[in-house]
Design a protein around this ligand. Structure first.
Ligand code: DUC
Ligand code: ZN
Ligand code: ZN
Length: 479
């Protein structure tokens, strides 16, 4: 199948160019500059390819042609608090595609007492034959010991080159400082990247207990108990451990100004510390956790932060200045009815997580580009190029260029739509952004040369998504 995308503006992290894009099979085979622009390939060779014709021509006049977005942080079917995140790899990846995302990196989970390989095999089986777009895995390490440290190397060899550890959730995912240091030391040898959920879970539990004893059991106390300073402290601590190990580190889902300050200070002193935030921390706040039990819809960890704390502005500034490199969703959806409701009368029992995989690209376009904070090129860098580089997928993914996978989105930067659970494709009964109008939308979404979404219609097929073996974290070691 040959697809020609004509008359569009190609936007990559490096800038924009007026060029037509030719796809043959699963690869981009030519970029042909218009209006005298050099598209970076021999126009003669490209013209020869164009002369062969295309099976389908897409007119992208007035539209942007961008690399398919990469959501570096999702949790399909994650077991949590006695239930499972509702989206499967099929429903979640389909929703991702509607939102312009053509690759997800999900978290396989090592259960306590079990091996890493066993956890990875379970997640492979969940995804294989079901995902409609390409997928890769990080590995959650719940037990760091002699055996699992050795196993890390074998997991890296299979293309799973990042491991998430937690300073939160004592008794479940929690690792102490020694375990974190050991994993960082091992990563320095095997080329993996350690990802950290950095909140001081031991301190949080003290405040949680105080609130429960005082009868403060509404969802808002989930947010109130998890102080920003607990995130700042844990972020600084794990970065210092990375410095001791001489290893790079990546802090996931950063929400607090305190944590941003820690990563900025580390980068200023030359540490290879990287990080992401999530749309919920840029667009929502602690106020959303109010309103009685309705607030359960917004329970996630780290929590949404108070408007007054300057957290959102600190996160945006860090994105602009590249102290943060990415925005993942931490997509982990639970229905309000029957799942979030498990925590009625006790916020500790509300499953943690929000839906978002479908909305990230548009929210970041609307709040970032339309909002005047970032350029279109920086938007592409945040939603696609940087995750590809940091997580070992570049230049196969993350760029519209000859030789790259044909993951391409024709994006309308002017089309407005209103986000709603009535129209979204995620398998969850509410939206955190219900009624919010956003500017920008994906008209055509192409995943490895197959049109999976066109003008609101799903044309993909479960099982077409492939597992992506990722390289080790060489990019973060050099940058
Ligand atoms: N935070 C969440 O909100 N959900 C899943 C895991 C996590 O760390
Ligand atoms: Zn986490
Ligand atoms: Zn997560």
């Amino acid at each position: 199948m040959r697809i020609l995308i004509k008359n569009g503006t190609v936007i990559n992290a490096g800038g924009r160019q007026q060029a037509d894009v030719l796809i043959d099979g699963d690869k981009i085979v030519a970029l042909v500059g218009r209006a005298g622009e050099d598209a970076g390939v021999s126009d003669k060779a490209a013209a020869a390819l164009l002369a062969l014709g295309a099976d389908e021509t897409i007119d992208a006049t007035g539209k942007w042609v961008i690399p398919g977005a990469i959501d570096e942080h999702t949790h399909m079917e994650l077991p949590f608090g006695g239930t499972f995140a509702k989206d499967t790899f099929e429903t979640g990846s389909r929703a991702a595609a509607f939102g312009g995302t053509t690759t997800i990196i999900d978290f396989a989970v090592q259960s306590k007492g079990k091996g890493l390989q066993e956890g990875l095999d379970i997640w492979m089986a969940k995804a294989e034959g079901h995902a409609v777009i390409d997928y890769a895995f990080h590995m959650i390490m719940s037990d760091v010991n002699g055996e699992t440290l050795k196993e890390m190397d074998r997991i890296v060899d299979q293309g799973v080159s990042s491991f998430k550890l937690f300073t939160a959730y004592p008794g479940v995912f929690y690792s102490d400082d020694g375990a974190i240091l050991r994993a960082l030391q091992r990563s320095e040898k095997n080329g993996a990247l350690i990802l950290m959920h950095a909140e001081n879970g031991i301190a949080i539990d003290v405040v949680v207990e105080e609130n429960v004893l005082a009868g403060n059991t509404d969802p808002i106390y989930h947010g109130i108990s998890r102080y920003p300073v607990f995130e700042g402290e844990a972020t600084n601590r794990v970065i210092r451990l990375a410095e001791a190990a001489g290893a790079p580190i990546f802090i996931v889902h950063m929400s607090a100004r305190d944590a941003v300050e820690a990563i900025q200070a580390a980068r200023d002193r030359g540490t290879k510390a990287f990080g992401e935030t999530c749309p919920q921390y840029l667009f929502l706040s602690l106020d959303d956790l109010g309103n009685g039990f309705e607030g359960a819809k917004f329970v996630c960890s780290p929590p949404l932060r108070a408007e007054s704390g300057g957290h959102q502005e600190a996160l945006w500034t860090a994105l602009v200045k590249n102290d943060l490199q990415g925005v993942g969703t931490d997509h982990c959806p639970f229905d309000f009815e029957g799942q979030k409701e498990l925590g009625r009368g006790d916020f500790r029992k509300v499953p943690n997580g929000l839906p978002g995989v479908e909305d990230r690209v548009d929210l970041m376009h609307d709040g970032g580009v339309v909002g005047g904070r970032i350029t279109p090129a920086r938007w592409v860098e945040i939603i696609s190029a940087n995750p590809a580089k940091i997580f070992g997928l570049y230049p196969r993914k993350g760029v519209v260029a000859v030789g790259a996978d044909a993951d391409v989105v024709v994006y309308d930067p002017n089309r407005k739509h209103t986000i709603s659970a009535k129209t979204h494709h995620m398998d969850v009964d509410y939206s955190c952004y219900e009624g919010r109008e956003v500017q920008g939308g994906s008209d055509v979404v192409i995943s490895r040369g197959r049109i999976v979404v066109k003008d609101g219609e799903f044309l993909g097929k479960p099982g077409d998504g492939q597992f992506l073996k990722r390289e080790t974290a060489h990019w973060v070691r050099k940058n």
